[in-house]
Ligand binder design. Structure first.
Ligand code: BES
Ligand code: ZN
Ligand code: ZN
Length: 442
């Protein structure tokens, strides 16, 4: 079924949201139960209402093609919940079910409607990219999609190919992509706005992560097409920023590579020099995301000046998922102020987020006997933190308090549906970071 949002009068079948009371169908109306009087409950209720209406139409209990939404206070959230829950990925199906159009008549603040539609369209755009398979979504292809986006939305675009990465001495980045026939590439997109706040966003874009020579077991390799979720989120964020024409300067960087095995694969025991001059002892080729991010973070800090925040977003560690579960993004950084801004953005946007604190003792865990640092922690504990601290080694002193790391390994890919998140990629980070940027506008 296709869903179209139309700003028009309400008539015919109506969905009414009510807090606390049970759901019921009554003369041309679905009264949808809402758990509590808060924004996220209304998103969830929007998603539930849509599913019930869809089901009823499918079973022939309901014969409608238009629904009016009666909700004022949480109109944005209800539309978001409906449109997010409605997402499904059909790209590779030979037979796509005939999809009747369901029109949503909404009445209320034009601003809320536009915001909801734009934020969800950015999220679903990211979901489509992440859900697309690794045989199609090579680093080259993801970069092309970014270039197309840039052209369409009038963003400034630049790109580094493998030979440019060599010139830029990004040896960590290159090592990760070396064994793949699909060469690594770095894409940069910018929404320029002078005199306002400026934010850099760096995304991990592993179009596939086999683990490399430290090969993943089959059960863990499955779903690793989603290891490009960070970079794909950056694309969605740039789309949203451009469409909302935010009064914030935003520069996105996508570190795109494929972690494969082969005769020239990088190995555990290799020592490699990073773009910022530090030497890294590779002890596990499956801890590849931090290597790509390390050089991309250095490149971002060198190529842009006078920014206020530098964020990175990545499906970085299984440890993050073990720590907080599959629903929550973990954030780490050196500034409580920046962390609290992201916590607020999570709350406002409906994405779950939690902070994990660094401390002075953890750093020792990524020390190396041979090189300056090692790419994995020396203990089996604290894996999300040691990954975060590894990235911290590539943030310059002056930018230390501007930096925030987002580990989306848990929420990026949904294997069991929850709330309004349907199967597959969730677009984790898109709504939250867009909200973070919107909150900076104020
Ligand atoms: N892409 C994975 C992290 C991941 C795991 C994302 C599960 C989504 C779901 C990352 O590259 C990785 O393999 N990390 C290793 C690091 C370890 C070798 C130190 C991990 O978490 O096991
Ligand atoms: Zn890995
Ligand atoms: Zn990975």
């Amino acid at each position: 079924m296709k869903v179209e949002v139309v700003e028009k009068i309400d008539r015919g079948f109506e969905i009414k949201f009510r807090v606390g009371k049970e759901s019921e169908f009554k003369r041309n109306t679905l009264f949808q139960k809402v758990e509590a009087d808060d924004s996220e409950s209304f998103r969830i209720a929007g998603g539930e209402a849509l599913k019930r209406v869809e089901k009823s139409i499918e079973l022939g209990f309901l014969n409608i093609s238009e629904i009016a939404i009666s909700e004022k206070k949480y109109l944005r959230e209800v539309i978001e919940g409906i449109l997010l829950a409605h997402y499904s990925f059909q790209k590779y199906k030979s037979k796509v079910k005939k999809s009747p159009i369901l029109k949503l008549f909404v009445k209320g603040s034009k601003e809320s409607v536009k915001l909801a539609k734009t934020v969800v369209s950015a999220t679903n755009y990211t979901r489509d990219i992440v859900n697309s398979t690794p045989n199609e979504m090579t680093p080259q292809r993801v970069a092309e999609i970014g270039e197309e986006l840039g052209k369409k939305k009038k963003l400034e675009v630049s790109r580094l190919y493998q030979k440019d990465l060599k010139e830029e001495k990004m040896e960590l980045f290159l090592a990760v992509g070396k064994a793949s026939v699909n060469s690594p590439t770095l894409l940069k997109l910018a929404h320029r706005k002078k005199g306002k706040k400026k934010v850099l966003i760096i995304g991990k874009g592993l179009t596939y992560d086999t683990g490399g020579l430290s090969l993943k077991p089959a059960e863990f390799m499955k779903t690793m097409k989603a290891d490009k979720s960070g970079a794909s989120a950056v694309l969605g964020i740039m789309k949203g920023v451009a469409e909302l024409d935010l009064d914030v300067e935003v520069v996105g960087f996508l570190g795109l590579a494929e972690n494969m095995v082969g005769g020239d694969a990088y190995r555990p025991d290799d020592v490699i020099k990073a773009k910022n001059g530090k030497t890294v002892e590779v002890l596990n080729t499956d801890a590849e995301g931090r290597l790509v991010l390390a050089d991309t973070l250095t490149y971002a800090q060198e190529s842009e000046k006078d920014f206020d925040y530098i964020l990175d977003i990545a499906t970085l560690t299984g440890a993050a998922v073990v720590g907080v579960g599959e629903y929550t993004t973990l954030i780490m950084g050196n500034s409580e102020k920046v962390k609290s801004k992201m916590l607020k953005a999570g709350e406002d946007s409906g994405e779950l987020v939690a902070t994990l604190p660094f401390n002075r003792y953890l750093k020792e865990m990524i020390s190396s006997k041979t090189a300056d640092i090692s790419n994995v922690g020396s203990s089996r504990y604290g894996g999300a933190l040691t990954a975060g601290l590894f990235l911290n080694e590539f943030i310059s002193e002056e930018n230390s308090k501007k930096w925030l790391h987002l580990d989306i390994a848990g929420p990026a890919y949904v294997e069991k549906e929850w709330a309004y998140n349907s199967f597959g990629a969730s677009g984790a980070g898109v709504r939250m970071v867009l909200q973070f940027l919107m909150n900076l506008e104020k």
